[in-house]
Write a protein that binds this ligand. Structure first.
Ligand code: RIB
Length: 333
């Protein structure tokens, strides 16, 4: 089995349940300037950490590189990594506070997040020794880290023959130099749109943008579509591969994309072909919506294996054609 190296963010997530998001748009007479809650929940989060735990729970060997503060939040996060058997020796502890987030969730599972990156901004690519980067490495990155550090690490990884999986979340512009290093690019719809805009590709036709990115940078471009599953494009496939999602009752979608990316990397680490890895990812992303929180909702390897047979096998050409009969932007709304 290959090992997974995650260079990523750690955030302490604080969850607040709200009936709706009206508070955020209040203004003028009678508008409140504070919202009070009886209680809240606290859980380890951050896209990097979530993906590392998702991959570890899916059965992969994971080493994590990133940055924390020095207080109780950092200890809480380190203990959580250790509980999931993730190697934390490459994490630095700094005088900046550990990153934190306020996450507001609605009864329908939708959410809004406010993130302070804190110590994450101090993580550096050179924390990862050259010896860790080789053809036996899957390098898993997200856009919550410093773009220059991500870029440096991807270039080193590429030169060393590692497989590079980049989840451009949250939506950020990516340079051509960065994309040239990537083997698997994972984006959701708004992230695909931001990327297309940044590369001067049409945003009214995201499927053609995804196809162009796949061809131009010789990578697999995977666009996640929530309950509609995902579409994967590469330079040689005449039609995109459409993998559906599981049909489940959604409690909370926080971290579903991280579950998808982590399980995808774990399946690649087990040398599964990308087509099958996408199915593992789809199952993990769906199962992660059943419970509250990001890491608290991640499925185990056994849960993924048990649910895999329930995932429909679509006829690639027919299903992609169905999905593509409307622009991507209409699929999830
Ligand atoms: O992807 C979900 C994550 O985004 C949350 O855990 C939160 O920390 C934010 O970074």
């Amino acid at each position: 089995m290959k090992k997974i190296i995650v260079f990523g963010s750690n955030i302490l997530d604080m969850f607040f349940e709200v009936p709706d998001f009206g508070f955020f748009s209040q203004s003028g007479a009678g508008a409140e300037d504070a919202m009070h809650f009886k209680t809240h929940k606290q859980a380890p989060g951050g896209k990097g950490a979530n993906q590392a735990v998702a991959a570890a729970k899916a059965g992969a060997k994971v080493k994590f590189y990133g940055a924390l503060g020095k207080g109780a939040h950092a200890r809480f996060i380190l203990d959580n990594f250790k509980a999931h058997k993730i190697d934390t020796k490459g994490i630095i502890q700094t005088d900046e506070p550990t990153g934190c987030a306020a996450i507001f969730t609605k009864p329908d599972g939708k959410h809004k997040i406010i993130v302070s990156q804190g110590a994450n901004g101090l993580a550096r690519a050179d924390q990862i020794p050259d010896a860790q980067l080789n053809p036996n490495t899957i390098l898993l990155l997200q856009a919550e880290m410093n773009a220059t550090e991500n870029q440096k690490l991807m270039q080193r990884g590429k030169a060393a023959g590692a497989t590079i999986v980049l989840n451009v979340a949250p939506a950020k512009p990516m340079s051509a130099k960065t994309l040239a290093c990537v083997d698997y690019l994972i984006v959701n719809e708004p992230e695909a749109e931001a990327l297309a805009k940044n590369l001067n590709l049409p945003t009214d036709n995201l499927q053609s943008a995804a196809q162009t990115i796949a061809k131009k940078f010789n990578l697999m471009c995977i666009v996640t579509l929530g309950e509609k599953g995902s579409l994967a494009y590469n330079a040689t496939m005449p039609e995109p591969l459409h993998v559906p999602a599981l049909s489940i009752k959604v409690k909370d979608t926080v971290g579903a994309g991280d579950a998808f990316a982590g399980a995808f990397a774990a399946a690649l680490a087990k040398d599964l072909p990308a087509e099958l890895a996408l199915r593992h990812a789809a199952v993990a992303g769906s199962l992660a919506c059943r419970k509250f929180g990001a890491q608290t909702a991640l499925p185990t390897e056994a849960e993924i294996a048990a649910a895999l047979p329930k995932l429909k096998v679509l006829s690639p050409v027919k299903s992609a054609a169905r999905a593509l009969s409307r622009p991507l932007s209409k699929l999830t709304r």
